[in-house]
Design a protein around this ligand. Structure first.
Ligand code: AMP
Ligand code: GLY
Length: 414
């Protein structure tokens, strides 16, 4: 099988590594890729926002499957272009990607499908905004309707700030605050059937103790020793399946990865958000644990053949810690040399924001590397991840020291 993977982050590096392990994979091409991916696949420097260029590349390479990493090309209709060209694609159509592209659309689908989520109002005027904020009270949750690269959501006790944030977008969703731990649970869908992956948890805040600004994700771990046993089954029956059925009934089947961001509240599990693609950095903990051959699995999803499929997982735990540039997330300083990458057994260093300049690896993004450690429990997995990341030098960089810490302590107590 010849696969073309789209994207350039740590998620795509983890996808590339897992695709490469599939015995049926013959060639792995990635556009645009990054220096880490270039060590294990053939990279093509094309503009992946240009659907025509991607399809031309796929056709010239006789690609059997396109796998789309990031949300932007999906919302931009890349999967539609691939299917129109007769190339199987793992990734939803432009219409189905609206589950991530529009918070209001996601809410409508959840309402029609009976999926548990926070109560919400969609508002376009200041009067509506203030009414909605006062209906729920603090803490206020305000979400810009469109794709906002992680900057669209504000959770605050400050009513004036909530209004100010709301007024920055022509349409916002204002919803009730959900308390309780968050879990990311991914489903792989062929449009009719959906298979759940194992749950993971990511760490969104920049600093230890969940302090600092929201980021794209500073670390993750899986499995979750504290999560209720029935979480996968419950999410399948209450969230993933009804959503897939609703999308199918609307004539816009969802083919690809449905990311359910869940809150485990005292009133049950509720959806915080949907994404239409693999999460980052959750993918960097999940895929090293997945034993099912990934290229075959994603091809089955892309061609409507997932019925009866189940996934096989390693018993190992995985912990990913992200190395971020100085100033990330507000004002990342990039272009610094990165040295000391020396993976040990059962560890992976995934490149997220790197480039090669004058033959030397340099940082090129806010999140630079995602380091995954594997072990028989979370303590061992953490130890490996931290051993590898602490040996890496990047001036001014920072990483959290508490990824999976509480969970590993709780696991020991069991
Ligand atoms: P989103 O982009 O929807 O994932 O939101 C980003 C983050 O904001 C989530 O991971 C949560 O931590 C937080 N958040 C979003 N919606 C809510 C909510 N209704 N209640 C509490 N926190 C929320
Ligand atoms: N880990 C959060 C996301 O991928 O959106």
């Amino acid at each position: 099988m010849r696969v073309l993977l789209i994207g350039s982050g740590g998620r795509e590096h983890a996808l590339a590594a897992a695709l490469n392990r599939d015995p049926q994979l013959e060639e792995l091409h990635v556009a645009p890729g990054n220096p880490g991916i270039a060590e294990i696949a053939l990279c093509h420097a094309i503009d992946t926002d240009d659907n025509k260029a991607v399809i031309e590349l796929a056709t010239s390479l006789h690609i059997d499957l396109i796998v789309v990493g990031p949300e932007k090309p999906l919302v931009n209709g890349l999967a539609d272009a691939a299917r129109a060209a007769g190339i199987p694609c793992f990734g939803p159509s432009k219409a189905a990607a609206q589950l991530e592209g529009s918070k209001d659309f996601a809410k409508q689908v959840m309402r029609d499908a009976g999926v548990p989520t926070a109560r919400s109002f969609t508002c376009t005027t200041q009067v509506e905004i203030e009414k909605a904020l006062d209906a729920f009270g603090a803490p206020y949750v305000v979400k810009h309707d469109g794709l906002a690269a992680g900057k669209g959501v504000v959770v605050t006790d400050n009513r004036d700030f909530a209004i100010e944030h709301a007024l920055q977008s022509s349409q916002v969703v204002i919803e009730e605050f959900l308390d309780g731990p968050e879990v990311s649970l991914f489903g792989i869908s062929d449009g009719h059937n959906i298979v759940a992956m194992q749950p993971a948890q990511d760490f969104k805040r920049a600093y230890d103790g969940d302090l600092g600004a929201n980021t794209g994700g500073m670390g993750a771990y899986s499995p979750l020793p504290w999560a209720p046993d029935e979480i996968i089954e419950e999410t399948l029956t209450q969230v993933l399946n009804p959503t897939i059925k609703e999308m199918e009934a609307r004539g816009t089947p969802f083919v690809g990865l449905l990311y359910a961001g869940l809150a485990i509240t005292h009133k049950g599990t509720k959806v915080i958000e949907f994404n239409a693609r693999f999460g980052d950095p959750e993918t960097e903990v999940l895929l090293p644990r997945l034993k099912t051959p990934l290229a075959q699995l994603l091809l089955k999803a892309a061609t409507g053949k997932l019925k009866g499929e189940s996934l096989e997982w390693s018993e190992d735990s995985a912990v990913t810690v992200v190395l971020a540039s100085e100033g990330y997330p507000a004002n990342p300083i990039v272009g610094e040399p990165v040295m000391g990458i020396a993976p040990i057994a059962d560890s992976h260093v995934f490149h997220a924001g790197t480039t090669i300049r004058d033959g030397i690896l340099h940082s090129s993004g806010g999140r630079v590397l995602a380091v995954t450690g594997m072990g028989s429990d979370l303590t061992e997995a953490r130890d490996k991840a931290y051993r590898v990341i602490s040996a890496i030098t990047l001036r001014g960089s920072h990483y959290r020291s508490d990824i999976a810490l509480n969970a590993s302590v709780a696991e020991k107590g069991n």
